[in-house]
Design a protein around this ligand. Structure first.
Ligand SMILES: *[C@@H]1O[C@H](CO)[C@@H](O)[C@H](O)[C@H]1NC(C)=O
Ligand SMILES: *[C@@H]1O[C@H](CO)[C@@H](O)[C@H](O)[C@H]1NC(C)=O
Ligand SMILES: [Ca+2]
Length: 224
């Protein structure tokens, strides 16, 4: 009896971390609720790098990564503003705007952002191309009870979801580091070469929770 209890506990622990390498999340329909919660290994940050890949045919605004704390709904948000054709990293509820990127429909895009709380500078990379380094918010760390959501945009801590800001398509390779990756490491991530996985979110050892209609599927490999 004791043995089976122990076995059940071990199985429960093991199922907490999943290896999603070679896999993607499919968000097949727009809703104001379907989402994936990612559980980070740390709660306080003065430096950050966040990378992810996504594939969509949305011709409207959408959220690519939404991190809220109880005090800031947009503590770290990566958002596509379709009217202005710009990527908007929001950090500590402040926004930077990056225009001029070729964000095409129906293909995989690799997006990385870095932020340093001391200088307050944010930089965004799309498929190997860097943005300028812009001031967004300095002097305050990101800390508190983190709520990291894929598929929806938070206006409150795990709430305030808007169907018109939801993500539809596929996402993969989400990583988060509590330091700033060098441009070379970012290129390695973008070229799908070997890179050091995130120490805060690691796609190869990820704790997550799916709410609603989101599927874990194998990434489709293109034949040549
Ligand atoms: C931010 O966090 C770092 C450690 O991650 C700490 O050394 C620093 O004092 C914090 N700064 C503020 C303003 O809280
Ligand atoms: C990420 O997960 C892989 C697979 O479990 C592991 O080998 C690697 O050490 C992890 N990396 C970090 C930085 O946690
Ligand atoms: Ca919103």
């Amino acid at each position: 009896m004791k043995f089976f209890l122990l076995l059940a506990m071990l199985t429960a622990c093991a199922s907490g971390l999943q290896d999603l390498s070679g896999k993607m999340l499919t968000f097949p329909v727009q809703t104001n609720s379907a989402r994936v919660k990612l559980i980070p290994t740390k709660q306080t940050f003065s430096l950050l790098t966040i990378c992810h890949r996504s594939f969509t045919d949305l011709k409207r605004d959408h959220s690519l990564f939404s991190l809220a704390t109880p005090t800031h709904a947009n503590d770290y948000l990566i958002y596509w503003d379709n009217n202005n054709k710009e990527f908007e990293p929001h950090i500590k509820n402040k926004k930077a705007e990056f225009q001029g990127f070729d964000y095409k429909l129906n293909m995989w895009h690799s997006i990385c952002t870095t932020w340093d709380s001391q200088s307050g500078l944010v930089q965004l990379w799309l498929d190997g191309q860097p943005s300028i380094r812009k001031f967004v918010s300095s002097g305050v760390n990101i800390s508190g009870e983190l709520m990291i959501i894929l598929g929806q945009e938070q206006d409150a801590h795990d709430g305030g979801y808007d169907i018109k800001q939801s993500f539809v398509g596929m996402m993969s390779d989400v990583h988060m580091w509590d330091y700033i990756l060098s441009p070379c490491e970012i290129q390695n991530y973008m070229n799908e070469q070997s890179f050091t996985p995130g120490n805060v979110l690691n796609w190869s050892a990820l704790e997550y929770e799916i709410i609603g209609n989101v599927l874990v599927e194998y990434k489709q490999i293109t034949c040549h």
